[in-house]
Design a protein around this ligand. Structure first.
Ligand code: 9Z3
Length: 323
């Protein structure tokens, strides 16, 4: 057994994964993240909801960046606003789950989705020198956002952790998975973050801002090693694992989702197309596919509402089958 970053790799860790973690810049707030995770998992491990042991889901949200320079001025980004992750977090909390919300900094946050883009400036009004009030048009949304968020944080069922780069994301995912391992089948991973497929290895990255003026820039990107097999086989083998597959070409979508299901032994792969991802997804499972659609008769309905209901049902069946 060998353990870079103190994280407990096993001997059969593939070389590309080992070298990714070995060369990644260490997390700046590693000790604080570990402490928060330990407290969160310990608290929720022994707590219950409606007479059953509490379940814990790690929801990943937003896109990872790939820095092109160590003192980063430029980076490659991935499409994802974080809306799916933030909405799903709300529905998981409503269903009694504790949620580790691993999100890209400054993307959508749970309970703030219905607020305007610039909430502080639009929602509030200065009424006197020492008073600020909520504009009546936003009062309901602001009140709900504050009280529901406050309830989740004070009950200790929501832990928010943020990332920017693919290096931070994968190191944090590993830390979370290793700490959730003790929950067995009660743990779930819902991997909605859009993760970079290619990156510049830290050791071959320019230290300073890349200079222009000497013609086109040639850059070779390495493939980000696939961590889903590590998650399933080593980090948290009993957890219920759901990954997402995003494509722009309809013809490829289901085939690629099915391939991911089998190759990484996922319990579900949620297939979505870029232009319709808020309206329709296909949940791909070994037992068959189920299409989930947003209720179009209600303007404010989210697709995540029926989607999380389906997932919670399947997770319940999984827990029963494993215990
Ligand atoms: C997704 O497919 C998500 O559903 C979206 C959500 C990113 C479309 P928004 O955050 O969008 O609400 O704006 N996430 C996974 C995308 C991804 O990178 N999947 C990888 C792949 O398709 C597998 S891990 O290869």
């Amino acid at each position: 057994m060998d353990a870079p970053n103190g994280l407990g790799f096993v001997d059969e860790t593939p070389a590309d994964i080992k070298s990714f973690f070995d060369s990644a810049p260490p997390l700046k707030n590693d000790a604080e993240i570990r402490r928060k995770l330990k407290e969160f998992i310990e608290r929720n491990h022994s707590s219950s909801e409606n007479g059953r042991a509490r379940r814990v889901v790690c929801v990943t949200s937003g896109g990872t960046t790939v820095p092109l320079e160590k003192r980063c001025v430029r980076y490659i980004d991935n499409f994802a606003s974080g809306h799916r992750g933030a909405a799903s977090t709300e529905y998981f909390l409503k269903a009694g789950y504790a949620v580790v919300f691993l999100h890209r900094r400054r993307t959508y946050q749970p309970y703030c989705r219905s607020l305007p883009e610039d909430p502080l400036l639009e929602c509030f009004e200065v009424t006197s020198e020492s008073n600020i009030t909520v504009q009546p048009t936003h009062a309901k949304a602001v009140k709900e956002a504050i009280s529901e968020h406050h309830a989740a944080v004070t009950q200790g069922t929501l832990l928010k952790l943020s990332f920017t780069t693919v290096f931070e994301y994968l190191q944090m995912l590993q830390l979370i998975a290793l700490s959730m391992r003790s929950l067995g089948p009660r743990a779930m991973f819902y991997l909605a973050a859009a993760v970079s497929d290619f990156y510049v290895p830290w050791e071959s990255m320019a230290a300073h801002k890349i200079q222009s003026g000497s013609g086109p820039l040639d850059m070779r990107l390495a493939e980000v090693p696939k961590m889903l097999s590590m998650l399933r086989k080593v980090w948290a083998p009993m957890a219920f694992c759901i990954s997402f597959k995003l494509e722009t070409d309809t013809k490829l979508l289901l085939e690629k989702a099915d391939m991911a299901l089998r190759k990484y032994n996922m319990h579900m792969v949620i297939a979505n197309e870029l232009i319709t991802h808020k309206e329709e997804v296909v949940v791909v499972m070994k037992s068959g596919n189920i299409t989930v659609r947003r209720d179009k008769t209600q303007a404010t309905a989210d697709i995540e509402d029926p989607l999380i209901k389906l997932i919670v049902d399947r997770h319940s069946a999984y827990i029963s089958s494993e215990s």
